[in-house]
Ligand binder design. Sequence first.
Ligand SMILES: Cc1ncc(C[n+]2csc(CCOP(=O)(O)OP(=O)(O)O)c2C)c(N)n1
Ligand SMILES: [Mg+2]
Length: 362
Amino acid sequence: MPLTKLKTYDIEYLEVLDEEGRLDPELDPRLDDDRLVALYRAMVMAREADQRMLRLQRQGRLGTFSPSTGQEAASVGPTLAMSPEDWFVPAFRELGGMLLRGVPFHRVLLFWGGWEEGNVFPGLERTLPIAVIVSSQIPHSAGIAYAQKLRGERAATVCWFGDGATSEGDFHEGVNFAAVWRAPVVFICQNNQWAISTPLERQTISETIAQKAVAYGIPGLVVDGNDPLAMYRATREALERARRGEGPTLIEARTYRLMMHTTADDPSKYREEGEVDSWRRRDPLVRMRRLLEQRELWDDTRQERLEAEIKQAIDEEVRKYETFARGRPDVYFDHVYGTPHVEIERQRQEFLAALGRERRDA
Ligand SMILES: Cc1ncc(C[n+]2csc(CCOP(=O)(O)OP(=O)(O)O)c2C)c(N)n1
Ligand SMILES: [Mg+2]
């Protein structure tokens, strides 16, 4: 009996807008000028928000947070392709997408400040809170999408997670469940090459993350995750597939975390500056601005105006957050257990004393 080939597979790679701002006319999703500018503005907003959060954290005015600098395109592009009826299921590095979706920045600050109110977005009930528990949101998204199917909705669900999340059982269970039930969900893996200090090659020896889709019988593709137009296009196609009742898609967005994992991390301990520099050249904001400039939609004056506008908006949101949070820097300790705990109370006192010392020294 000869050995026969049962199946082979191909994995496609999608890039629409390259590092120089050159656009592939065949693949161009043909967004109008307003939407092109909207993509760029949302990415600049997220970048500026990261810088402000970093300062607030270093000043003791915010808890730790996970920066999304360098990864803006991977959440902003897909969000532009979504409708308000679609469910938005983030991990913790989708700030740009959340803000574009309409989540007020002060809610994000409340979340990282330890406030439960940071989990609730009035008027945006189809936007889930930030999920820090790695991969926990993947089964949630599969269940939401399954419910959408049962209800006969035309809408779908988009769920983000990291490369590290693909090593969790929840990833495999969630993707398999969604595939078997043809649930209308788009899985977006933000492959930023690192899971804290664990490099991708220690996470998986698969050549791509996208090919894991093959095992579940669904389409998987690799996308330049720093290309907002490619991310928009890939998500739009996956959403259309989902709405046609054809089930989930796995998108591997190749990107890079340019800053630390969280403010409690020092990446210089485990990765080379050269690697970071090579990804800085692939910055999604730079290539998008190049495209806008070529089309005469952008210049230095517009950039200055945008930055001033964003600064003012951020100032206002920080004020809202700090007005709400005033006098309770220890709120994190409230929710560790449902009832007071002697060890947590000891830690609370230690934290308050340390904060007091720091503020006196400042
Ligand atoms: C279940 C669980 N295990 C461990 C952690 C601690 N932790 C937080 S983020 C992270 C790495 C996640 O890596 P990845 O999925 O690649 O996302 P990235 O941080 O790179 O965006 C880990 C281990 C956690 N939050 N949840
Ligand atoms: Mg990662």
